[in-house]
Design a protein around this ligand. Structure first.
Ligand SMILES: C[S@@+](CC[C@H](N)C(=O)[O-])C[C@H]1O[C@@H](n2cnc3c(N)ncnc32)[C@H](O)[C@@H]1O
Length: 258
């Protein structure tokens, strides 16, 4: 990842943190009152995490990481944004949950730490910030113990296509001025560098990294209302339509390190 794109994304993610932290979208008071930030897709996908070590890549300010810890995991969250990790550490101190946070680039964490985990997890809006999906998959595989589980739930790349982005990956990122997706967004724009990755690229990269794929799912809804034009057809299930048909919104991949 070029230093320039790394710095662009880090700076812009840092600027989003305070807005996100105080948003209804992330609902920090609800989390502190005991609500989980996790959705049925990942809860069912990972199953029992009790007493397992879990690495959460791109954890933002740690709500999912801490929610896994509430379910009994020894959870570690990693994120590039120091503002997000500062908030995550504050939440950990408040809740005293079994979690720790590291401010680092996903790729760098693959080489910085020798610790291996029972579970590696990543979710919703993570891999578009990463230029090299093969190196990412290798990092996932390198951080897993033998027999360890990988689970990801990610926005479907079809959404990018319909929003006017490339479907197929290109090495140069789209560099965009963007505001943010939480309801309290004040419209201020920050620069981000993003890359698209097809499902085939992601699955092939995980296979090439030595993981055995156990399940792939595609969903016609998203648990988050974060794209323009979404309709909540059932509580907590947001849909997009294209020519009167549902757009695939989310996919998930479960894999094991043999
Ligand atoms: C949309 S958020 C992920 C939200 C996630 N679903 C959660 O648990 O809250 C994307 C996160 O990726 C982080 N990020 C972006 N590029 C990164 C990188 N190269 N290494 C580590 N984290 C990165 C950002 O700082 C941001 O917190």
């Amino acid at each position: 990842m070029s230093k320039q794109h790394f710095n662009t994304n880090k700076t812009s993610w840092n600027k989003r943190v305070e807005t996100h932290f105080t948003s209804k979208f992330y609902d920090v008071p609800g989390f502190l009152a005991g609500k989980s930030s996790l959705n049925s897709i990942e809860l069912e996908g990972l199953g029992d995490v009790n007493d397992k070590s879990l690495l959460h890549l791109q954890c933002h300010f740690g709500l999912d990481t801490l929610s896994w810890a509430r379910l009994g995991a020894d959870a570690t969250g990693v994120d590039i944004s120091d503002a997000a990790i500062k908030k995550a550490n504050e939440l950990q101190r408040q809740t005293k949950l079994n979690a720790q946070f590291v401010c680092t680039d996903v790729y760098a964490y693959g080489t910085q730490s020798e610790q291996l985990y029972d579970i590696v997890y990543t979710s919703y809006g993570a891999i578009c910030w990463l230029p090299d999906i093969k190196l990412w998959a290798q990092t996932v595989a390198n951080k897993l113990k033998t027999g360890g589980q990988f689970f990801m739930a990610e926005f479907h790349p079809m959404i990018d296509l319909l929003a006017g982005y490339d479907y197929f990956h290109k090495p140069q990122p789209d560099v965009e001025q963007e505001d943010t997706y939480t309801e309290n967004c004040d419209g201020s724009k920050h620069e981000f560098a993003v890359w698209t990755h097809t499902m085939a690229d992601v699955i092939s990269a995980l296979i090439d990294a030595g993981l055995s794929i156990e399940k792939v799912n595609e969903y016609d809804h998203s648990p988050y209302n974060c794209f323009e034009g979404m309709i909540e057809k059932q509580p907590g299930k947001f849909y997009l339509e294209h020519k009167n048909h549902h757009v695939p919104m989310v996919y998930s991949i479960a894999a094991k390190k043999p």
